[in-house]
Ligand binder design. Structure first.
Ligand SMILES: Nc1ncnc2c1ncn2[C@@H]1O[C@H](COP(=O)(O)OP(=O)(O)OP(=O)(O)O)[C@@H](O)[C@H]1O
Length: 312
């Protein structure tokens, strides 16, 4: 068999239902490609790519979030070098690339989590529904409710399952009374695919759940404040294959209700769950496009090398 351009979408180590997700991901993509390559993207022969588009030339529906020329500095070091990309409401966008290429750094830009890192400085523009998230008018607490985050390691509060989910709606004043709060907790746990497993033990500690359940609890916690975007930073890397499959299935179900961006080291996972993929390398966005195209017909040699396992 030829070694070239092996599509990896069929190479799933995780059983059904993720296989079904992969099939859908592979079918996905009749709409125009919202490709926004890094402006300096080079083609395989080293010439500037003819198909590189300026970010503003992208057609199609207005993205939920748009990043333009985003740079991140940790002290003097430029960790992210002018990234322009879009996150769409009805799509899962995967960020892939070798360790240290800036995936998590970029993800954190989308809800200003880098503000919490001493010495980190972000330039460029990121909009949410057209509104600059760095503007003085943007309340960062509200922003992080609208753009929620799920981390690599499940991090439930050391509180009850109920309180883990109720905490956010309570501090954001989303429920006018106990019944409404109960309703939000149930709805969020249902959407996170956890309700049936925990409905009889809501008073137990969230930390007593299995790793996969904890991660779904963290997703329920993010959902409870009614976000528009959910950012996931390697949400399955601490989970076994069965728990991973459940999270992937959940991502599939949540798509459409929330814009989702996911950082993953696992290319099969990116292929299974996403409709758009962005490949980062050494702080640059090398290529961004339909997941199917990135994995079966990448434009850039560096993408091809990465997805075929030549480095990373
Ligand atoms: N808090 C920080 N302070 C200083 N440098 C940092 C910090 N966080 C990340 N970096 C550096 O920024 C670069 C990008 O890191 P980042 O964690 O975003 O990459 P990544 O692609 O998510 O990596 P991984 O896949 O290993 O998690 C790396 O060189 C990293 O060392």
């Amino acid at each position: 068999m030829s070694n070239e351009k092996q599509p990896i979408v069929t190479n799933s180590p995780v059983p059904f239902p993720s296989t079904a997700i992969a099939a859908e991901a592979a079918r996905e993509g009749e709409e125009p490609v919202a490709a926004v390559p890094e402006p300096e993207a080079m083609s395989r022969d080293g010439e500037p790519s003819e198909i590189a588009l300026e970010p503003d030339s992208v057609s199609g529906p207005e993205p939920k979030m748009r990043a333009h020329d985003v740079r991140v500095f940790y002290g003097e070091k430029e960790a992210l070098k002018g990234v322009s990309i879009e996150v769409h409401e009805d799509k899962v966008t995967a960020f892939i690339g070798p360790s240290g290429c800036g995936k998590s750094t970029f993800l954190r830009c989308l809800n200003r989590m880098n503000d919490t890192i001493p010495g980190a400085r972000v330039t460029g523009t990121i909009t949410l529904d057209g509104e600059d998230i760095s503007s003085p008018d943007m309340d960062v607490v509200q922003l992080r409710a609208r753009v929620g985050m799920v981390f690599q390691k499940p991090n439930p509060f050391p509180k009850s399952i109920f309180e883990n989910v109720a905490y956010g709606p309570r501090i954001h004043g989303l429920a006018s009374g106990k019944d409404e709060l109960d309703g939000i907790v149930e709805k969020s746990l249902r959407r996170a695919g956890l309700w049936d497993e925990v409905k009889d033990r809501l008073g137990e500690s969230g930390t007593a759940l299995s790793g996969g359940q904890q991660q779904r609890l963290c997703i329920a916690r993010a959902i409870a404040v009614d976000p528009e975007v959910i950012l996931m930073d390697e949400p399955c890397s601490a989970l076994d294959p069965i728990a991973t499959a459940k999270i992937e299935e959940l991502i599939h179900e949540l798509r459409g209700r929330y814009a989702i961006a996911i950082v993953t080291h696992n290319m099969q996972q990116a292929a299974r769950v996403s409709q758009r993929t962005a490949f980062f390398h050494l702080g640059e966005l090398i290529e961004y496009g339909k997941t199917k195209d990135i994995f079966t017909n990448p434009r850039e040699q560096r993408t091809q090398d990465y997805i075929t396992g030549r480095y990373g």
